[in-house]
Ligand binder design. Structure first.
Ligand code: ZN
Length: 315
């Protein structure tokens, strides 16, 4: 509650600041890191999931472990209102929360289809989930609770290459292919009016980040921090570790990408967070990049105004 009040205070101050202008300020584009974690279960980090709110529009990017729990922590009324889901790729740590989002959102009142955009295989995955949960769906439909079947029918759009995949008014989502081994994988750029956000998805170093992310207000960048890299080396054979690490940005790779992109604010996700881990990650980044960068945490909220980014808790 204290944090909420602090956030509210910061937001009110932010609204109060440009009082000289007669034009009411457009509400910010809001980003909430629901899950900042990795495939490894954690007490403090849910699996990858990032919420972008543009007024009443809620766009969810990936739906990893614990996504619905974090949604409830952020706003208990939000679950049935999430009906647009963008998947970066189909590794399980990015999609394992979908059944709960999809089914529970329906039983709690989502009257619309869950619309899903994702790479090749997304349609088969959603059809497979429908089969896997056929018993539950059948019980609920027989009971007529919820009354409408519409919310249980997912509508999947396969993302096949770079380009705008979603547009509503001045809000748009652009997909761009990234490098994640041999699997189809995308990053996403969100634009609304004068503000822009890039979500890297899981990727090795690729010029696509600078191509799509140069000068964005906020860049959410996946990274394998030094402690995460050490964990992978400890836990897998040398050949396996090399293969895994080649799928991701190391701290120096991320620093190089940020030096090319020069975002207003960079936030890392998809790595092990903690005081020592964050310090090691940021120290390694600083050897390549001197701009504003922080390590994302679960439930960190970012308000993006034209030319101004406010983070709660502060970066
Ligand atoms: Zn992945």
């Amino acid at each position: 509650m204290a944090e909420r009040l602090r956030w509210l205070g910061a937001a009110l101050l932010a609204f109060a600041a440009p009082a000289a202008s007669a034009e009411p300020e457009t509400p910010p584009l809001r980003i909430v890191i629901l899950g900042s974690g990795t495939p490894v279960p954690s007490r403090t980090q849910a699996g990858t999931a990032i919420l972008v709110q543009a007024g009443a529009d809620n766009l969810l990017f990936d739906c990893g472990r614990g996504c619905t729990t974090r949604l409830a922590q952020y706003d208990p009324a939000l679950l049935p209102r999430i009906d647009r889901l963008f998947l970066t790729h189909l590794h399980s740590d990015h999609v394992v929360g979908i059944p709960d989002l999809w089914l529970n959102g329906w039983t709690q009142g989502r009257a619309e289809s869950l619309r899903v955009w994702g790479p090749k295989g997304s349609g088969a995955m959603m059809a497979g989930l429908r089969k896997a949960f056929a018993a539950d769906i059948g019980y609920r439909r027989a009971d007529g609770i919820p009354a409408s079947d519409v919310g249980i029918a997912p509508a999947v759009t396969t993302v096949r290459g770079d380009g705008v995949i979603y547009r509503k008014g001045d809000l748009s989502v652009t997909a761009f292919a990234v490098e994640h081994g041999d699997i189809p994988a995308f990053g996403y750029r969100i634009d609304r009016g004068d503000v822009s956000v890039l979500i890297s998805g899981d990727t090795a170093a690729t010029p696509q980040l600078a191509r799509y992310g140069r000068g964005v207000d906020v860049a959410l960048i996946e990274v394998a921090s030094p402690p995460m890299t050490a964990y992978v080396r400890r836990s897998f054979s040398a050949a396996q570790a090399q293969k895994i690490l080649a799928l991701h940005l190391g701290a120096e790779d991320a620093g190089d990408a940020l030096a090319d992109m020069k975002p207003g604010l960079a936030l890392y996700y998809h790595s092990v967070a903690g005081e020592a881990a964050d310090a090691a990650l940021l120290a390694a980044t600083r050897t390549r990049y001197g701009g504003r960068v922080a390590v994302g945490r679960d439930l960190m909220a970012i308000a993006v105004y034209p030319g101004r980014v406010v983070v709660d808790p502060p970066d």
